[in-house]
Design a protein around this ligand. Structure first.
Ligand SMILES: [Zn+2]
Length: 298
């Protein structure tokens, strides 16, 4: 072995070592890259899973956003349109007669069950504008009645918690913050009763929207939040003037509905309104005989 051969072997050994070293480095890099890619895939999958979960929750929520059960949507009419028409005294409905039976100030454990029975017997749907204080007063029984209203296809709407004019409109002028807080209380009660996804965008101002000053502020709030305030264009007068007999209530309801293609009829199902319950079958008969369709506000 001469000097040259020995030198060549050393050089070769060195080359092999370098190649192995480079190999190790490359493997290391590949390994780390692979782990990185793998992690990115996992992160992406998790993000997609969360997005899907969110989408499903939103979809579930939408089912209840209208204040009626999913099955009851076929009876429902866009409350926003009704609200706008009422504010312009436009009671037309493209040649089709439609009536919204509305019951305020419930739930009562005395009158509401009677109203619900008649609605079921007559197979028509109504809208209930509930007040939180009365729900509380009725306890568990009132809660069961609200579930029944919802499950039987009626619309559930908010009519404040306290129904207290002095609190909502001090000096006959809207206090928006007090108004919002009072209505939110009832909203919260309704989700406790009907489930976390329940929500209604329909409300009725105690005393009526048209009765108070400073309501422009409320209009802006309602628009921003896609909510609709509904007054009425007909009434049985079961809360106005002196106490009336069932027949007087029927007559008043018919008198104020006449000639209107779109009727939003104000009635009450709170305590002491037994005559309203008695009048209801005849009121429904009048609208059926005159070709009206019964719809709910949501
Ligand atoms: Zn009321």
């Amino acid at each position: 072995m001469n000097y040259r051969t020995v030198k060549n072997r050393r050089v070769n050994k060195k080359k092999v070592l370098i190649v192995i070293l480079i190999g190790i480095i490359i493997l290391g890099v590949i390994n780390r890259t692979w782990a990185y890619v793998d992690e990115q895939i996992k992160i992406k999958a998790e993000q997609e899973r969360l997005a899907e979960e969110k989408r499903k929750a939103e979809e579930e929520k939408k089912k209840y956003m209208v204040g009626v059960s999913h099955e009851a949507k076929k009876y429902s009419y866009d409350a926003k349109i009704v609200s706008e028409k009422l504010s312009k005294y436009d009671y037309s409905n493209n040649g089709e007669k439609v009536v919204f039976l509305t019951f305020d100030d419930g739930t009562s454990t005395t009158v509401t069950p009677k109203i619900l029975k008649t609605l079921k017997d007559e197979n028509v749907k109504a809208t209930f504008f509930l007040t939180g204080e009365n729900i509380e007063r009725g306890g568990e029984k009132a809660k069961e009645l609200i579930k029944q209203e919802f499950n039987e296809g009626h619309a559930i709407a908010n009519h404040s918690y306290s129904h207290n004019y002095k609190l909502l409109y001090p000096g006959r002028t809207l206090d928006l913050e007090a108004f919002k807080a009072d209505f939110e209380k009832t909203d919260k009660m309704l989700t406790d009763i009907l489930g976390k996804y329940f929500s209604t965008r329909v409300l009725r101002c105690p005393g009526g929207y048209m009765s108070w000053k400073g309501m422009d502020e409320l209009a802006a709030y309602l628009d921003e939040n896609n909510k609709a305030s509904i007054d009425w264009n007909a009434l049985s007068a079961d809360a106005e003037g002196g106490k009336k007999s069932a027949q007087q209530l029927v007559d008043y309801a018919i008198k104020t509905s006449k000639g209107k293609e779109m009727v939003v009829l104000l009635m009450h199902d709170t305590y002491g309104k037994e005559e309203t319950a008695k009048a209801l079958p005849s009121i429904i008969k009048y609208f059926k005989d005159n070709g009206y369709e019964f719809k709910t506000l949501s």
